[in-house]
Design a binder for this molecule. Sequence first.
Ligand SMILES: C[S@@+](CC[C@H](N)C(=O)[O-])C[C@H]1O[C@@H](n2cnc3c(N)ncnc32)[C@H](O)[C@@H]1O
Length: 236
Amino acid sequence: MDYPTLLARLGEGSAHPGGFQATKELIGQIDFPRGAAVLESGCGTGRTACYLASLGLNVTAIDRNEDMIQKATHRARLNGLPIRIMQADAASLPFPDETFDAVFTESVTAFTQGSSALNEYWRVLKPTGVLYDRELAFAKKLTAAQKKKLQSFYGLQHLRTVPGWLKLLSTSKFHKYSATPFSQLKQQASDNDPLRLVDHELFSKPDAVAMMMTNERLMTSFSKLMGSVVITAWKG
Ligand SMILES: C[S@@+](CC[C@H](N)C(=O)[O-])C[C@H]1O[C@@H](n2cnc3c(N)ncnc32)[C@H](O)[C@@H]1O
């Protein structure tokens, strides 16, 4: 089982730095116009997509992982929200050019080669469109051994510092972008997700339990180095 599938089976609703509280704060700051066409890339179990749709936005959500798509579809149905949910790869989006007013993504670009996903986000944005991307960032460059540990467990393609993210953006088609300073991961307040759908049989599977323990161990040992960055990039 890979890490995204573990998250999907655990029904994790906010698998990104800062959790759902950070999502709500960022969306509150953006103040999307009602009815705006928003693509959520890497929607996971659909919590953010449902929140965006509940604000009256026209939401399309994609994820590469089939289990995530099932959970997101279920969540949208329980909420009675008309979200278009599709299994797709962020690096090859099945949408025409200039489809969306905004792309919103949380902890997904780090799982891709980076530039291919960013260039796809640029392509599907309307000329006035904006990308909002919250990503895992590191306080300093990691050693090769540290990288190997994190990449092999989480399937992350790159582990970037904030300057590393800015460097990636400089090679993308976005010419105007900004990044917040590095923000260290904080202890998250308990984040009750009323529609969390957990596959309980997971807890009787030794390989899944071992993965949960490895995750805890890695999160603890890297807690001082791990943090987040929020990238905003304008197409126009
Ligand atoms: C850490 S989870 C974050 C999920 C969700 N954004 C959230 O915050 O809860 C990473 C997600 O990115 C998805 N993902 C990874 N690579 C992807 C790709 N190339 N295209 C689409 N989704 C991808 C995974 O399946 C997973 O759902």
